[in-house]
Design a binder for this molecule. Structure first.
Ligand code: BGC
Length: 828
């Protein structure tokens, strides 16, 4: 769940074209959003795009996060002691500031440091270059004595070496000469205060351990997290290139949490002085590390200059883009769409870059870009993995292992519910325990509301769905042997345990759960107790049981398979029970429409127009209604797609086959009716919602789909939830939007080892092109309204079976398939 208000366009976003987002001027109201959108990261760590001279002051929020580095604190809240876990805001490595020396001989005081609020910013332009992975700032500032200095700054978080980040500043005195001081710091005086509500909780996670500096030019800072005892070390090498000699002084605070180096030179009007700060970051969670401090200091020995680091960084980005670019040509406003699509790919890659493979971590809902949702991991991977599966299946594999490693914790959670198998937490962090808060702050009413979203056990179904999709895309049989099948079996055990048979209707029912729509945590007279037979959950459980049974039947008797099934201990009796539950799970319907859960039709309709008129943005109807003394549980409304998740995940054929296997009728007409029904009753209180709606309307109403897609592209750029983007990007929605282009509009679907297409471009899109990797072969896909062209990359790989609208043909490496979408198939 989370906060919400009104969206404001960023008045300073002056252009978004091609590979660049350019911001102009100082706009405190939207600074937090800019910082999130200008975050640089490499899968291992992320640093918000905060100004190096800034501190957390309500406008700016410098934040640096390392994937998987969590800590737990305890807070006394409303009479209860609660433990809460957060991705830790690590020391700030950015600080870099300057000042001019005394203005004249009679004045011994130097000017205040830039950033202390006493300099006037005359010009400021900031550019995020997504192709190079750089953040560039150009500014001119004037101090009280009228001295104007130009700053040209570049920043990277290396995509080449995940432990390295660097800033370069070129300072040019425009109308003065004299002493120039530059201060470079590593600042451990940070805490987790990015999210307003979380400031009500304990938020000091770091204990200082050590600081130091060497005459050789390296400063360091070492901290420890209070509960998880993750040691983090940062070492910085700051170098000043000036015309004359450079003098160096050091400074530290009383407590070992801040280290400062001041470099001074005699600057001359019009002559640039270059300062470079290269930083190494290591934690005790990293592989191949003895003591992080040692590794950080060692990493700086012989490390290159900013330009040499930049060269390798840009090369790494070039290689990523070669695999990941999605080219979309639309009529009208091309550039904005292209830039937004690239921005989404950029942030997905920064969060899920190949370096994440070496870490025990998975994808947080808000990237490495802020502290929204405390850096927890939800089901959002479901929206991210399809983009990765077709480009970097090895990254998906590594991230799925995050779940596999937490099976023992998930088993414990199933036992706590009196069940067998494994139950994954709705919000996961360090060790796989449940991290969902039990209370949600409602800023509208000034009250804490109960948060029962931990009843969303469906997160485990997303895990196994992801396992299945991964193995379809990669053909990674070993993964299924080592981890995948066990995840499937343990989920099957958990869900069949929850399903109880009702002799009245002869069906199995799953009671007391929540679906993806978080606005129903129970019935009006039993709030918080969950709902029964959430259709999304039950259909996916049945789907899962079919997949487990299929996997068991596909057993070929290899020794490793024998050992796997022996270890899992699935008996014929258990398997036949699974088969029965798969067939007899209940799916509720009303008026020929799939009901979100049993009893949905008894709820009241809400007057949407009235609420829109009164509140404008009604995404957070839960907060609005609670403040009015009412409850979302009473109404036929949804925060986000719930039933429609089924149509998002499954093609109509697959879904109908699935529902028919459960004894229900299904046809395209029912699907259309169901989409329209929920479309009118959804608040889109989650950014994930528009992704799903853009997807499910693609065939029914392509123009509407494109509009929804455009709205999804705006979610973070315009902060359409009104205040959530400063707490981090919405990773699931960003990746989900890419997947709409990749899979939805091209109709890309895997059936066994076959790759099928069924293109449906919205009228506004003229051309779409991307590469995808399928079982080690790269396919280049190009699509217009008239033509589909698929080129199989030349090389030694196996031929690919490619299907298009009912016609299947096999293509060798180097071959091109061209299909006239208006009629006949013309093999190239
Ligand atoms: C959505 C969830 C999502 C979470 C994290 C919530 O607002 O309702 O579906 O997992 O945000 O992105």
């Amino acid at each position: 769940m989370g906060g919400g208000g009104q969206s404001v366009n960023d008045p300073g976003l002056i252009s978004r074209t091609g590979w660049e987002f350019t911001y102009d001027g100082v706009h405190p109201d939207v600074e937090g959003r800019r910082e999130a959108l200008c975050t640089l990261g490499n899968g291992y760590m992320g640093t918000r795009g905060a100004a190096p001279e800034s501190v957390a002051d309500g406008v700016h929020y410098p934040g640096t996060y390392v994937a998987g580095a969590y800590n737990r604190l305890t807070t006394e809240l409303a009479g209860n002691r609660i433990d809460h876990e957060s991705l830790v805001n690590l020391p700030n490595w950015l600080p870099l500031s300057f000042r001019a020396g005394p203005a004249n001989v009679s004045d011994a005081r130097p000017a205040p440091w830039f950033g202390s609020g006493q300099n006037e910013i005359l010009e400021l332009r900031q550019t995020l270059d997504m192709h190079r992975g750089t953040l560039r700032r150009r500014l001119r500032v004037r101090d009280d004595d009228g001295r104007i200095t130009a700053i040209d700054e570049r920043r990277i978080v290396s995509m080449d070496d995940p432990h390295i980040a660097a800033i370069e500043q070129v300072l040019t005195p425009e109308n003065w000469s004299g002493r120039l001081d530059v201060r470079s710091e590593l600042d451990g005086r940070v805490s987790n205060t990015n999210v307003v509500e979380d400031r009500l909780l304990a938020h000091d996670h770091l204990k200082p351990v050590d600081i130091g500096w060497s005459e050789g030019g390296v400063d360091w800072l070492e901290v420890d997290t209070s509960w998880s005892h993750i040691r983090t070390a940062m070492a910085a090498r700051t170098h000043m290139e000036a015309d004359g000699p450079v003098r160096v002084r050091f400074h530290s605070s009383d407590r070992p949490e801040l280290v400062s180096r001041i470099l001074s030179c005699e600057a001359t009007e019009g002559r640039p002085v270059t300062v470079e700060k290269v930083v190494a970051v290591y934690t005790s969670r990293d592989a191949a590390v003895g003591r992080p401090l040692e590794s950080a200091r060692e990493a700086l020995v012989g490390v290159g200059t900013f330009d040499t680091l930049l060269f390798m960084h840009e090369l790494a980005w070039k290689h990523l883009w070669e695999r990941c670019e999605i080219d979309v040509v639309t009529d009208g406003v091309d550039e904005e769409v292209i830039a937004a699509v690239r921005l989404h790919a950029f942030h997905v890659l920064q969060t899920a870059a190949p370096h994440v493979k070496d870490i025990d971590a998975s994808l947080t809902a808000r990237g490495l870009h802020g502290e929204g949702y405390r850096g927890h991991i939800f089901w959002d991977e479901l929206f991210v993995f399809p983009f990765l599966n077709f480009r970097f299946p090895d990254i998906t594999r590594a991230l799925l292992r995050y779940r596999a490693r937490r099976l023992p914790a998930a088993r414990r959670q199933a036992r706590e519910l009196g069940q067998l198998g494994a139950r994954f937490p709705w919000q996961s962090g360090s060790d796989g325990s449940e991290q969902t808060p039990t209370q949600l702050w409602n800023p509208r009413s000034g009250r804490w509301m109960p948060d029962n979203s931990r009843r969303q056990h469906h997160v485990g179904l997303a895990v196994v769905w992801n396992v299945w999709q991964y193995q379809q895309a990669s053909g990674d049989y070993r993964f299924m042997l080592e981890y995948g099948t066990e995840l499937l079996v343990e989920q099957a055990r958990f869900w069949t345990g929850l399903a109880t048979r009702d002799d009245g209707d002869g069906r199995y029912h799953i009671r007391g759960v929540m679906g993806p729509d978080e606005y129903h945590d129970g019935y009006p007279d039993a709030t918080g107790e969950g709902v029964d037979d959430n259709a999304y959950t039950n259909v996916l459980v049945s789907w899962l049981l079919h997949r487990v049974l299929e996997t068991r039947r596909g057993f070929k008797g290899h020794q490793s398979e024998v050992q796997l099934w022996e270890r899992l201990g699935v008996t014929d009796t258990e398997a036949s029970h699974w088969e029965e539950v798969a067939r007899l799970l209940a799916v509720p319907f009303h008026d020929g429409i799939v009901s979100q859960f049993a009893g949905w039709d008894d709820l009241d309709e809400i007057d949407w127009e009235d609420y829109r008129a009164r509140y404008g943005n009604i995404g957070r109807l839960d907060l609005i209604l609670e403040a009015e003394g009412d409850s979302t549980n009473r109404y036929k409304l949804a925060k986000q797609a719930d039933v429609l998740m089924l149509f998002y995940l499954m093609t109509p054929d697959v879904l109908c086959e699935q529902l028919e296997a459960m004894g229900y009728e299904c046809d395209e007409e029912m699907i259309r009716r169901t989409v329209e029904y929920y479309m009118e009753r959804t608040a889109h209180g989650s950014t994930l919602s528009r992704i799903v709606y853009a997807w499910v309307t693609a065939r029914i109403d392509p123009t509407r789909s494109w509009d929804l897609f455009r709205e999804a592209l705006a979610a973070d750029i315009d902060d359409t939830q009104g205040g959530t983007t400063p707490e981090g990007i919405h990773l699931g929605a960003m990746a989900g939007s890419l997947d709409i282009l990749q899979r939805c509009y091209s109709g890309l679907e895997l059936r066994g080892d076959e790759v099928w297409f069924d293109p449906h471009l919205p009228p506004a899109v003229q051309h779409l092109a991307f590469d995808l990797v399928h079982r080690d072969r790269t396919l280049s896909v190009e699509l217009s309204h008239d033509l589909l062209r698929v080129e199989v990359e030349p090389g030694a790989a196996e031929p690919v079976p490619i299907g298009i609208r009912g016609h299947l043909s096999t293509h060798c490496p180097g071959e091109v398939l061209e299909v006239d979408l208006r009629g006949a198939v013309a093999p190239g």
